[in-house]
Design a protein around this ligand. Structure first.
Ligand SMILES: N[C@@H](CCC(=O)N[C@@H](CSS)C(=O)NCC(=O)O)C(=O)O
Length: 295
């Protein structure tokens, strides 16, 4: 049992243990179903979710003065992103997950960066954020989420806000549709977009719960993400197939859902028939208050 779980009160411990119930078999079959859905008739031998190298991805910063890490949480197939200014050491973390808080804090300490803001791209339904617990562990850390998420946080974000770390910053673009409070965070030079669940690689967030709306999502992606430069790298909150990044140009051309007309898109989204995320009933209430934080 990891130290985060062992230190919490009984109620939270039960909650946290419940969160661990998903088996690798379930995850494998979800990944297999995803592969069939996206690539009918194609089978692969290696399950990307089970590859050990997936907890830390190798993607590093290409921009001078920027430290960048893409991290992976395998139960929910969530990507967490650490960005820091190499000179000032100021850092931000995007979409951190409760299960990987020890790994993330260890990396932050090893790299000697000073985490200023932990931001969630939306109120996640499939996992609990580590933001609240991280605030307990790191003095001065502030949480951030969209003001339309309905969640509490130190910073409530809206269109055009900047999240600054040293000489760098991410700009908030509101991209509702998966939820009302979804945002995409775009780097100062438009070379990177952290799209949360609005745009996934060759996919997009589902629209069948939490204020989901295919019409809103279609408009968000077309107006706020597909208007970015072709070479802008797309970093989503999830990937179920082992893909780590895409570009705006690629998604504009090849995304099997968002290249369609609005009517076709809505028809696809209204007929996905996906099972409800297993942890939705505990994740959403917890994430509305920054996760499990009464420890
Ligand atoms: N099986 C997972 C949930 C998978 C899922 O529903 N993913 C969401 C994003 S997290 S709410 C989604 O939008 N998927 C889009 C798609 O097309 O798959 C679980 O039980 O947690």
């Amino acid at each position: 049992m990891c130290s985060v779980i062992s230190r919490v009160k009984p109620v939270q411990r039960a909650l946290a243990l419940t969160l661990r119930l998903g088996t690798s078999t379930e995850r494998s079959s979800y990944a297999a179903a995803e592969r069939r859905r996206f690539s009918p008739g194609v089978t692969t031998r290696v399950d990307p979710l089970l590859a050990p190298c997936r907890s830390y991805c190798s993607r590093m910063a290409l921009t001078e003065g920027l430290l960048f890490r893409q991290l992976f949480e395998k139960e929910s197939s969530t990507y967490t992103y650490l960005l820091a200014d190499t000179e000032t050491k100021e850092a931000i973390l995007v979409d951190p997950v409760l299960e990987t808080i020890d790994r993330d804090l260890k990396l932050i300490h090893e790299l000697g960066v000073n985490l200023k803001v932990a931001v969630n791209t939306h109120c996640h339904a499939d996992h609990i954020t580590s933001t609240g617990l991280m605030k307990k562990r790191l003095v001065g850390l502030k949480s951030a989420i969209s003001k339309y998420s309905g969640a509490t946080a130190d910073i409530l974000l809206s269109e055009g806000d900047k999240i600054t770390f040293g000489k760098h910053y991410l700009t908030v673009r509101e991209t509702p549709g998966h939820t009302d409070g979804c945002v995409t965070l775009v780097s100062w030079d438009q070379s990177m977009a952290f799209t949360g669940d609005a745009l996934l690689i060759r996919g997009c967030g589902r629209t069948d719960f939490q204020q989901g709306s295919p019409e809103k999502l279609y408009e968000s992606v077309h107006q706020k993400i597909f208007t970015l430069p072709d070479q802008c790298l797309v970093y989503p909150a999830h990937d179920y197939l082992g893909q780590t990044a895409s570009t705006v140009g690629e998604e504009r051309k090849f995304n099997p859902r968002l290249t369609k007309s609005l009517v076709e898109f809505a028809n696809i989204m209204n007929n996905l028939n996906l099972p409800k995320p297993k942890k939705i009933d505990i994740s959403v209430p917890a994430n509305l208050v920054c996760g499990v934080h009464e420890v």
